[in-house]
Unconditional design. Structure first.
Length: 410
């Protein structure tokens, strides 16, 4: 097999892009500045409701989840943040855990409360008919705000399983008002530098109605709360056919795009590897983000992965997702914006679409190779290969054995 001449490929691409008027060094700077958080729960054993398949080497505690997350960062250079889920990651002293993370070259990112797994939450948390359950949920979220203070995290990431399973089960408007009240109580307790992210999901585990079912409902709650409440877009949380890039552009323009939970879906909330099913959609989302960056309105967006795999090696899978996100961002950055503006102005539909397609079809691997060389990463051409050849997975399988902690807290 012939070795790819990455240096040569890079110079060819660089020349081609510069001939088109693209400032390649600024594209590279943007790629170096890209940051995507990975989820602690994505490294632990997980499964479906049909069973959990335990993997040798799966982390046995939260420190080990951070050790694995540090590997994903080591090979990509773009993932130093690790989102935590409470109580799945509880049990350690938070300051000590934050210090341990720093010693590994990573840090604690978004804090995710869990108001869905306790038995009391089976009919909802903030929307529950029972005041004592609502109170318990608010108290837990406030405890998470306190953890954010301790570890210096600016992001409270909220997802609610609240909803009903049967027509007639709940008073939908009353539930909405309960939500507004609970969220307002939390919002009022948060500091100026802290942002509340509100995630939506159309169904599951509630199968009749979900209290925050789509971006419009999340946005309405945010508007009632104030400017530090923003919408979180999880790519798996849309009904088939939803135009996610449109949602992204709309929320950006409203100053309410809080962040992402990246993954990919074929059917519903499949949690598949980012870019595995529809890389063009991911590219189109990134073209909106890059347009927002150019207009100075996308600086605060929090980029996170939310995936929890059953069968693949978790770290290699996370690296695959990070590489897909890097490629999508690179392709969006090389869209010829000047020509696009001309084509749009001339109402040249084919011309405009061809500009998108040309960027999407570009093999950006030489560009990200260069970025990874500059960042001094172990395998600049192929981070997935680099990790798989590093021997880390085999060493942990030996050391930790089978029987790690489950990503679902079990
Ligand atoms: C729910 O499906 C979700 O996307 C939320 O973000 C949760 O916090 C996460 O998955 C983990 O269950
Ligand atoms: Mn999510």
């Amino acid at each position: 097999m012939t070795q790819t001449n990455w240096e040569g490929e890079y110079h060819l691409l660089q020349r081609r892009l510069e001939d088109e008027g693209i400032d390649v060094s600024s594209v590279e700077e943007r790629l170096k500045a890209q940051r995507v958080e990975t989820p602690s729960w994505g490294y632990a054993d997980s499964g479906t409701r049909f069973g959990v398949f335990r993997q040798p080497g799966a982390p046995r505690n939260v420190r080990q989840k951070f050790e694995d997350a540090a590997q994903a960062h080591r090979f990509t250079g773009i993932a130093p943040g690790v989102a935590v889920h409470i109580p799945w990651d509880a049990g350690e002293d938070w300051s000590e855990l934050a210090q341990y993370a720093t010693s590994l070259g990573v840090h604690i990112g978004a804090v995710n409360p869990n108001v869905f797994q306790d038995y009391e939450y089976r009919f909802g948390s903030l929307a529950n008919e029972k005041a004592e359950v609502r109170k318990k949920a608010v108290a837990h979220i406030l405890e998470c705000v306190e953890i954010m203070r301790t570890v210096g995290s600016p992001l409270l990431s909220l997802w609610f399983a609240d909803g009903t399973n049967f027509p007639g089960q709940g008073d939908i408007r009353a539930r909405k008002r309960h939500f507004q009240e609970g969220l307002a109580e939390v919002y009022a307790a948060m500091d100026d530098g802290q942002t509340m992210l509100i995630e939506y999901k159309p169904f599951e585990p509630a199968f009749y109605h979900t209290d925050i079912a789509d971006w419009g409902m999340a946005y309405a709650f945010c508007r009632h709360l104030g400017p530090r409440a923003k919408v979180l877009v999880d790519l798996g949380h849309h009904l088939p056919g939803a135009n996610i890039e449109h949602i992204v552009a709309f929320l950006l323009d409203e100053g309410r795009l809080g962040g992402f939970h990246f993954n990919n879906r074929k059917y519903a909330d499949d949690d598949l590897t980012t870019g595995a099913i529809n890389p063009y959609e991911l590219f189109l989302i990134y073209t909106e983000l890059v347009a927002g960056e150019r207009d100075g309105i996308a600086g605060d967006v929090a980029y996170m992965i939310d995936e929890s795999h059953t069968l693949k090696n978790k770290i290699a899978e996370m690296i695959q997702s990070l590489v897909a996100l890097q490629a999508s961002y690179a392709k969006a950055l090389i869209v010829n914006r000047a020509k696009l503006a001309e084509a749009r102005d001339a109402q040249d539909l084919i011309g405009a679409e061809e500009i998108y397609k040309a960027a999407f079809a570009t093999d950006v691997r030489p560009l990200v190779w260069k970025v990874r060389c500059d960042l001094d990463l172990p395998d600049p051409a192929d981070p997935v290969r680099g990790f798989r050849q590093s021997g880390y997975a085999e060493a942990k399988a030996q050391e930790r054995g089978v029987g790690g902690t489950s990503g679902l807290g079990a």
